[in-house]
Design a protein around this ligand. Structure first.
Ligand code: BTN
Length: 212
């Protein structure tokens, strides 16, 4: 079932509590306690797109979600990229993010995309300021359709697709006190970087294209 609500604390939290079957979905006009990755708050004013859906577990779930979003948005957006592991980037700025939460028997996928909302964080952007207008219900339908198809891809195909869209690969990247060159994405979803002539696998670090 697809629920559409005016206001909710967090679509991810609501669905984790009240979902009844796979693919149950909720779209909110705004959230009062939107959650981002690493315990951050996700600013969720009117005008943004706040979606959660229930999925079976998949070890590459954020990657399947990312490529499914790209398949929907790429025809309307120039300069659109994914940034390993969960960010959607438009013209070098953050357009949206993905928060997948694993509950053991199932996962909740949360997607936040800046459509027309005012921007809360530095270095973020929205569709409207790039003169892009996309209908939220068409986006929702098209995303769910693409997500079903992409869930059937092999791990190799998922990673190949994601790598094609990723803005880090081939570039110098910075994380914690270190830096290196992003080489590839491994089949377990880790980012392979070369640093001090050694290859390392990064799993959940915040990785940036610029030194912070
Ligand atoms: C990130 O930190 O980049 C991920 C942001 C994910 C935000 C979305 S909005 C819909 C869903 N409900 C939440 O509380 N968070 C996710």
């Amino acid at each position: 079932m697809i629920h559409i609500v005016d206001s909710i604390s967090s679509t991810n939290d609501w669905l984790a509590r009240y979902y009844s079957e796979m693919a149950d979905t909720i779209l909110a006009i705004k959230q009062s306690k939107g959650k981002g990755r690493h315990g951050n708050t996700w600013e969720s004013q009117i005008g943004g797109f706040y979606l959660s859906t229930v999925s079976s577990n998949h070890k590459l779930l954020p990657f399947v979600v990312g490529i499914s979003i790209m398949k929907v948005l790429e025809k309307d957006c120039k300069g659109l990229y994914l940034k390993w592991p969960n960010d959607i980037i438009l013209q070098g700025k953050k357009l949206g993010g993905i928060l997948c939460e694993d509950f053991g028997d199932f996962s909740i996928i949360g997607i936040g995309i800046n459509f027309e909302n005012e921007l809360g964080i530095d270095n973020s952007t929205n569709l409207i300021s790039n003169n892009i207008s996309i209908d939220k219900s068409s986006f929702l339908a098209s995303f769910l359709y693409n997500f079903d198809i992409n869930s059937l891809l092999t791990s190799e195909e998922i990673i190949d697709n994601f790598t094609e869209y990723d803005c880090l690969i081939g570039n110098e990247v910075f994380w914690k006190d270190s830096f290196g060159i992003a080489k590839s994405i491994a089949l377990d979803g880790s980012l392979v970087v070369e640093s001090n002539k050694k290859e390392l696998n990064l799993y959940s670090e915040e990785v940036h294209l610029e030194r912070n």
